[in-house]
Design a protein around this ligand. Structure first.
Ligand SMILES: Cc1cc2nc3c(=O)[nH]c(=O)nc-3n(C[C@H](O)[C@H](O)[C@H](O)COP(=O)(O)OP(=O)(O)OC[C@H]3O[C@@H](n4cnc5c(N)ncnc54)[C@H](O)[C@@H]3O)c2cc1C
Length: 458
């Protein structure tokens, strides 16, 4: 056998996509001695990690994609550490609720002013609810960080069940589900139980929540520096993958027209929503082909509002999620606390998903500001007077992602294994192939796995 790293030095790997998954795979492969070229359709790296700095005052920024890093995401934190990135912690605080048209603050131990709760739920805190309805079932499901998740019989029992129905089955009332969705997002009425529970178990010890100082895009930008910008070809749209026992060839269009590149191996780290439009010769296995066609990306719509002041603080409202509602603005996330030191303006976003995002995205882009402000002023009446700048984004309309993050739907558990399975010399990375789907950690974990799979083939 050749010495470790020696054989690899002659081997070339093409990586499709310069999101965190593709960049992580490229970086790991280089460290194993492979020569790597990354092909990226956008004119920037980072994919769904994207910090917008234009259009806001006082050097403030908005996170259009990933916002937060849980303290249990050790792979993400490890990369931040290796790359010398500093973190800021999101402060804790009390949110405002706006449910059934009622605006209220809620202290633990107080009765919820929401009609239709069971007697037991009336004073149940969100923490108590989590312990009783969710944490109490962890043993039954198993741990997705280990092999053998879910435990035997669990797929048969829960695969067909949407997560909100799982909570109903465990006795949650419709009224408490409104409170829970206002806290966790409206996708609970679409995502499958196994996917949600896998994520709950994986992140069960989550305490603090972080942001990368200056913007989360520092992470992909710094990995790209390590990979070497000469090895990353931007504005290249991949249109065809050919693969056989001897190697891979990729066709793409870019500034120089249509081109091809060949290599020994391929890491496919583009979302399945865009891989659908790429010709594959010969076709991948039947379950991979079906997975590429059927994988679902949840939509997310955002309305970013920079405000003159952090007016909510006068009511002692604070934290990352400052408003939790059952209305079209869904939740208001507060990124003010991680803005550049000394800047005093507010930076908040209406963060919609699921049906709320679809409704928002159905509005013409030029009308989304009015739609967003009208929804927010129902519970923050000062919002129009406070607004300094506005920006909107709909992830379903993003041509390079066509959605925000993977939700495994009911009856789709089969897709998990199908997404990540290698096809000959092609390996697959991306949040959609990871236990941590929908997280930067999922992208990183998958990139590292894809690199390991290639090394194991050699
Ligand atoms: C609204 C939103 C909120 C989120 N919040 C968080 C959060 O708070 N915390 C967290 O950790 N994660 C969050 N995430 C998830 C996180 O951003 C993603 O899981 C992660 O960035 C995905 O990385 P990826 O490399 O798998 O995919 P991507 O980032 O999508 O990278 C894929 C790359 O492939 C490129 N590409 C696509 N098609 C082609 C083609 N045909 N040819 C060439 N290139 C192509 C794309 O341009 C893209 O750059 C959020 C995501 C969104 C959208």
């Amino acid at each position: 056998l050749p010495a470790c790293g020696q054989a690899a030095a002659e081997k070339r790997v093409l990586v499709l996509g310069a999101g965190l998954a593709g960049l992580s795979a490229a970086w790991e492969l280089q460290q194993l001695g492979y020569a790597v070229t990354v092909l990226e359709g956008r004119d920037r790296v980072g994919g769904r990690v994207w910090t917008l700095r234009d259009g806001f005052e006082d050097g403030q920024f908005a996170e259009i994609g990933a916002v937060r890093i849980p303290d249990v995401h050790e792979l993400t934190l490890d990369y931040c550490d290796k790359l010398g990135l500093e973190l800021d912690e999101y402060k804790d605080g009390e949110p405002l609720y706006y449910i059934d048209g009622q605006r209220f603050l809620h202290a633990d131990g107080e009765a919820w002013p929401v009609m239709g709760l069971t007697a037991e739920e009336e004073k149940l805190t969100l923490g108590d609810f989590w312990e009783r309805q969710i944490y109490a079932t962890f043993e039954e499901f198993g741990d997705p960080r280990m092999n053998g998740f879910p435990k035997p019989g669990i797929v048969e029992k829960y695969d067909g069940m949407v997560y909100a129905d799982f909570l109903r089955m465990r006795g949650a009332s419709e009224a408490y589900l409104k409170i829970y969705a206002a806290d966790n997002g409206s996708e609970i009425s679409t995502i499958g139980t196994l996917a949600w529970m896998g994520a709950e178990v994986a992140d069960k010890a989550w305490g603090a929540t972080y942001h990368i100082r200056g913007g989360n895009d520092q992470l992909p930008l710094r990995i790209a520096d390590e990979v070497g910008l000469d090895n990353i070809l931007l504005s290249r749209k991949v249109t065809k993958i050919e693969h056989d026992d001897a190697g891979v060839t990729v066709t793409f269009s870019g500034p120089d027209g249509e081109e091809t590149l060949s290599a020994d191996y391929l890491v496919c780290a583009i979302p399945f929503t865009t891989l659908r439009d790429v010709a594959i010769e010969p076709a991948f296995s039947a379950d991979k082909t079906r997975a590429i066609k059927e994988l679902f990306l949840m939509n997310a719509g955002r309305g970013y509002i920079q405000t003159r002041t952090r007016f909510w603080e006068a009511e002692k409202i604070g934290g990352l999620k400052i408003a939790k509602t059952d209305g079209p603005a869904e939740r208001i996330w507060n990124l003010s606390d991680v803005q550049p030191a000394g800047s005093t303006k507010g930076m908040i976003q209406s963060y919609t998903q699921n049906h709320n995002a679809d409704a928002y995205c159905d509005v013409a882009p030029e009308d989304r500001e009015e739609y967003c402000l009208a929804a927010v002023e129902k519970f923050f009446p000062e919002i129009r007077a406070e607004k300094v700048a506005f920006f909107q984004y709909c992830w379903a309309d993003d041509p390079w992602a066509k959605g925000a993050w993977t939700d495994i739907l009911p009856d789709q558990w089969w897709i998990v294994a199908a997404t990540r399975k290698p096809e000959g010399r092609v390996t697959f990375a991306g949040e959609h192939t990871s236990v941590w789907a929908g997280w930067m950690q999922g992208a990183i974990e998958s990139g590292q796995r894809a690199a390991d799979e290639i090394a194991a083939m050699d």
